[in-house]
Design a protein around this ligand. Sequence first.
Ligand SMILES: Cc1c2[nH]c(c1CCC(=O)O)Cc1[nH]c(c(CCC(=O)O)c1C)Cc1[nH]c(c(CCC(=O)O)c1C)Cc1[nH]c(c(C)c1CCC(=O)O)C2
Length: 356
Amino acid sequence: MKDTRPFPPLKNDNLLRAARGEVVDRVPVWVMRQAGRYLPEFQELRKLHDFFTVCRTPELACEVTMQPLRRFDLDASIIFSDILVIPQALGLTVEMHAGVGPVLPQPIRTPEDLKRLTPDGALSRLSYVGDAITMMRHKLDGRVPLIGFTGAPWTLMGYMIEGGGSKTMSKAKAWLYDYPEDSKLLLNLLTDVIVDYLEMQVEAGAQMLQIFESSAEHLTKDEFLVWSVPFLRRIRDDLVDRLTKKAVSTVPLTIFAKGAGHSLKEQSELGYDVIGLDWTVDPVEARAAVGPNITLQGNLDPQDMYRDPSELHTLTTDMVHKFGKSRYIANLGHGITPQTPIASMEVLVDAVHKAL
Ligand SMILES: Cc1c2[nH]c(c1CCC(=O)O)Cc1[nH]c(c(CCC(=O)O)c1C)Cc1[nH]c(c(CCC(=O)O)c1C)Cc1[nH]c(c(C)c1CCC(=O)O)C2
């Protein structure tokens, strides 16, 4: 039965205030992939359960979501899941192979393969994510906001065509040139599912949403503007439309387009509240590009987490000083990597909170 109890009131809302451009008590900080393999308790749980079993079992997803919050004074939680649950819901098999990452044994190879996708009913096959979000809101007891997320269309298309991660996305890029109309069809199909999925996450209790366009780095600026930006715009516009029509309050939206620092101005015109930056972007230049009315998130190099604590502390403090206290959410410039020392997370969080 659906849990319809009201959610506990939020105690630390610095993340949402930063996203809306309001005054914060302290600079909020969270870390992409903050629940993950650098935590021994995550590794222990993963010995007992397959990756997608964790995603599909709300109790397990909530336990893993909670793990980093027990250790660190973070200002946000992010629901444990993966971007590849959408290709799964569209009928593709996705396996998580240790040491390799995601594998799709029957990828989309030709436009003919698009017929195998099953958008009808995809949302109902993702209902476990909504269940985990609702459960997590209660377990958090208002401690910090809960972020929901999705992969963006181009990034999902890449995994669906490559059959997993890829250094070049060469097969997916070949689609853009060889089958431009079918590429648009696939990107629009994914956009439709993503809008449904995000609407469902908000209704389930997600207080902020992040769209991961992690494979933007494989596109030139011109390609990014054609194959990513229009779909990111439609996700935002359609989602806001849907929520408005249902009289559901909208939540702040973050776009994280890794490797798209060449198009910050264009990103700032999409209607998102927050732009996530990878570590190649200079904070001061980013602010100049997006103007004063957008919140920036990021962007310490995840490799800096391997430096000694005093160096890491200094780098973090310098980063926060460059961004400033207004309209800023501290994070890494991409996901935390599996060998990261736990002590580095403590240094990062502490340095952010003490910087200003
Ligand atoms: C591209 C992408 C994926 N998944 C995701 C992205 C976008 C962000 C990014 O660019 O890093 C997003 C993601 N994946 C995961 C989260 C959980 C929430 C969080 O704590 O941030 C989030 C937000 C869990 C995960 N997703 C994955 C793990 C590790 C797998 C395991 O436990 O065996 C976790 C904790 C696996 C995964 N899932 C994916 C890859 C490429 C891999 C393998 C690489 C790796 O292992 O880090 C696809």
